[in-house]
Design a protein around this ligand. Structure first.
Ligand code: OAD
Length: 248
């Protein structure tokens, strides 16, 4: 493990352009549950029933009550952890350019990263299904479900439901970043949801080194990733940063 921390510190220090791809595991230490695995949201709910656009269109009250309302309570409390802070510090050191995140919690921006691609959109705002007006989630009146826009239309999170397209700009920029980087950190993602999971493959095919940080191995491990640092993202990022600061 210590050897891999040193290796990662060296790889990050020597790289010209570093990108990170993060998933739910990056925010677990902030108290946000993941989707898959033990304690994951999809253990409690069938994603096709609560997180598919067709389910939302069919029964928005059900999806708001089962999924979205609870999500708001959790995200309202969440603060960046050592993983987010480590990635912000990497940017400050000039060692990280872009974070591509599948998370909708806004914690990378809160920690200080300035170029964050929100691959699955964001929970910070809602939009009206009728007039497309946007509203900050914290200003939305949730005393009645589903919450409504001034025009009477139903509000929905500005996040991607299953069955929807990835925002075009996010997809286009992510592919570009994956093609251009020479090191990609892949942190806390099971890498089973496409097309996000393709980004490390694009990076690898373009010659980048792929460093995974995850307590478990994933579909990428041993094939796409060059090495896996097994452990919680916050702890590992802290160790890598400490090692890098020694090398400065
Ligand atoms: P998952 O819930 O599928 O995977 C979470 C990953 O985090 C797993 O690989 C865990 O092993 C790992 N993990 C657990 N604890 C960790 C820790 N402390 N530090 C680092 N890693 C840890 O989450 P995602 O891969 O992000 O999409 O899921 C991808 C997409 O599936 C989500 O964006 C969401 C979901 O359905 C949509 O809602 C469209």
């Amino acid at each position: 493990m210590d050897d891999l921390i040193k290796k990662a510190a060296k790889d990050l220090t020597g790289a010209k352009m570093v990108a990170a791809l993060t998933g739910a595991g990056a925010s677990i230490e902030s108290g946000i549950p993941p989707f898959r695995g033990k304690g994951g949201l999809w253990e409690k709910f069938d994603p096709m029933e609560v997180a598919h656009i067709d389910s939302f269109l069919q029964d928005p009250v059900k999806v708001w009550n089962l999924l979205i309302k609870g999500m708001k309570d959790v995200l309202d409390q969440a603060q960046p952890n050592d993983c987010h802070k480590g990635l912000a510090r990497l940017e400050e050191l000039g060692r990280l350019q872009t974070v591509i995140t599948q998370n909708i919690d806004g914690l990378h921006q809160l920690a200080g990263n300035t170029d964050v691609i929100e691959f699955h959109g964001t929970f910070a705002s809602q939009r009206c299904m009728e007039c497309n007006a946007h509203m900050e989630t914290r200003r939305v009146d949730m005393s009645e479900i589903p919450p409504r826009c001034h025009c009477g239309g139903i509000l929905r999170p500005n996040a991607v439901f299953f069955g929807e397209m990835i925002p075009q700009e996010a997809l286009w920029r992510s592919r570009q970043v994956a093609t251009d980087c020479d090191v990609m950190l892949v942190i806390g993602t099971s890498a089973v949801v496409q097309p996000a999971a393709l980004m490390p493959v694009v990076a690898k095919e373009s010659g980048a080194k792929i460093i995974e940080i995850n307590p478990e191995s994933t579909l990428l491990t041993g094939d796409i990733s060059d090495y896996l640092i097994k452990g919680p993202a916050g702890e590992v990022m802290k160790d890598i940063l400490a090692q890098m600061e020694k090398m400065l």
